[in-house]
Design a protein around this ligand. Sequence first.
Ligand SMILES: [Zn+2]
Ligand SMILES: [Zn+2]
Length: 641
Amino acid sequence: MIKITLPDGSIREYEAGITPYQIALSISEGLARNVLAAEVDGQVWDSSRSIEADSHVRLITWNDKEGKSTFWHSSAHLMAEALEALYPGTKFGIGPAIETGFYYDVDFGDREFSSDNFKEIENKMLELAKKKSVFERKPISKADAVSFFTDKGDEYKLDLIKDLPDGSITLYTQGDFTDLCRGPHIPNTGFIKAVKLMNVAGAYWRGDENRKQLTRIYGVTYPKQSELADYLKMIEEAKKRDHRKLGKELELFTFSEKVGMGLPMWLPKGTALREKLVQFLQRAQVKSGYEQVITPHIGHKNLYVTSGHYEKYGADSFQPIKTPQEGEEFFLKPMNCPHHCELYKFKPRSYKDLPVRFAEFGTVYRYEQSGELHGLTRVRGFTQDDAHLFCRPDQVKEEFKKVIDLVLYVFNALGFNDYTAQVSLRDPENKTKYIGTDENWALAEAAIIEAAAEKGLPTVVELGEAAFYGPKLDFMVKDALGRRWQLGTIQVDYNLPERFELEYTGSDNQKHRPVMIHRAPFGSLERFVAVLIEHCAGNFPLWLTPDQFIVLPISEKYEDYAKKVLESLNNSDIRGLIDLRDEKIGRKIRDAEIKKIPYMLIIGEKEMSEGLVSVRKHGEGDLGSMTAEAFEKQLITEVTV
Ligand SMILES: [Zn+2]
Ligand SMILES: [Zn+2]
C-alpha cells in the first residue's frame, strides 16, 4: 500500500500503481469525470499514469491553470492529427499551450495555406475528437525515437531529439498521430467539444531567422460550446476597446517612427488625463507622508556599478552615453531607486527620522526587443509612479498596510473592484540564493502576510517567487472583460541598502541598515492608462476625462451665446470645448458620441431666448434643459472624488 496526501492534508491509502483518475473515482464519480491531469509531488502528470510510491497528489480540472494548459496543449496534438489527415506529408515543429489556447508550428512544404483552410481543419478536429482517442504515453530510447522520426521524415522532431538525454524521451499517440512529447495530456480527445482556429503567422524554426520559416497556426478549444462563444464575444469586445485604437480616436497618445519605436508621445488630451492621474496620486501620497523628489533622466556609470544594474543589464539595454571626456559614461536611467538611495544619503538619518518616503514620477528607459513592443503596455520609455520607503525592520508591516490602503484607494477611484494580491516569498528549501539575514526575511515575510490579512486582501502565497533581494506583494486586477492584469507592486529590498551602504543611527546609538521598500500603485502611467482605457472602453470616470462637456450650437446664429456659455463653465474644476463646425447638429452629436464626451450642451433658438442649455448625456440621451449654472453645479458634484 502507498500513502497519498491530498491538498487538504488528508491521507488515503491505495495499492501501489493507482492512477490519479482512480483516486478521483474513489472520491466521487463527478470528480473523476472532470479530472484532466494531476500534480504528483510537484510535477504535472497524466491522470492515467500510475503512482508507485507515497506522494502528494493534487487533482487538476479545467478550473485550474494547469488544467487549461494541459487541455490546450492536448488540443495542439489534436490539430496536428487533423493536419496530418488532411495534408499528408506535413512536418511538425513545436505545439505548446499559450495563455489562451495553443499553437503549432508546421511545415506544409509547397502547399499553400491560409485562414481559408481553418474551417476544414476545425471540422476535422471535431470529427477526430468525437472518437475519444486516448493519449497513450510510451517511453522510448533515443535511438528508437531517431529511427521513428527518420522514417517519418520529420527533421524538426529529429532536431529536438538531438538535445534530449537518452532515457527521458516519451512519445504520445492519439488515434493515428504520434508526437514527440513529454506530456502531460488530458485523458482522451473527447473532452474537446468546441474548436476555433484564430490566426496564422510565420515563425522561424527555433526563433532563428537564418532557419526555415514555418507556419504557426493559433487555435483555442473549450470543453463546452458556450464557453467558446463567451470567449469569442470577449475577443470582439476587446478589439473594440483596444487601447491603441481608442488612443487614436480619443487623441490621447501617438507614436512616431522618426522619434523612435516604443517611445509614446502624449497628445494634449492624453496629457490632461495623465496630469489628472498624477495630481490625484500626489494628493493621496502627501496625506500618507510621502515627500516628492525629482532626479535626472541619466546617471553616471558608477551609480549603476554600485547598484549592480550595470553588471546585470548593461549589455542588453540602451548603450552608454559618452561625453567628450575620455572614458566618461552615462546611462539612461532604467529605474529610479539608485538615485533615491543617493538622496537618502544626503544627510545622516536617525531611527526617529524613519520612515523616509521619497516619491517621484520618474521616467525610465528600458530597451525592449522591437517584437515585444505593444501600444502603451510594452514601451521603451515610461513613467513610473515610483516611491521608495526607507524604514526600520519593525516598521515594514505598518508601511505595507499604508501602501495597501493607498493602492486600494486608487483602484476604487478608478473602478477596479475585482482584485487579488500575490505574495511572493522565498523558497524555504533554498535559502542560500537570497541576500539578507534569515531574521530579516522572516520578519518581512510575516509582516507582508499579516498586513494583507489585516487589510482583508484576498491573497495567494507563492513560495520561491520572491526576488533574490526580498519578498513582495503584487496586485492583480480583473478588468471589465475578465482579463487579469498585474498592476501595483510593493517590494522589500535588502540588496540596495547594502550596496549603497545606507545607514541610520538606532536608539542604541549604533549604525543599522534601513529596509528599502519599492512601491508603485499604477506600475507605470503608460501601462495603467492602457489598462484603464480597455477597462472602461474609453468612458473614463468623469473627474478624469479630458473633456467633460461639449457645447453644440445648432447654427452660426447661436455661436456668440454658445461661446458665452463655454466661457462661464470652463474653470479649474471642469473643462469643456465647443464645436463651431458648419455641420448639422445630428452630425455634431454623433461625433461627440464617438469622442465619448460625457455631456453635450445643445444650443438653439429656444435655449438662447430662455437663457438655458439642453443637456444630453453620452450613452443615455436627453436630460432636458437647465441653466448653465445648474449644469455646472451638477457637474462639480459629480467630479468630486
Ligand atoms: Zn504533448
Ligand atoms: Zn525601486
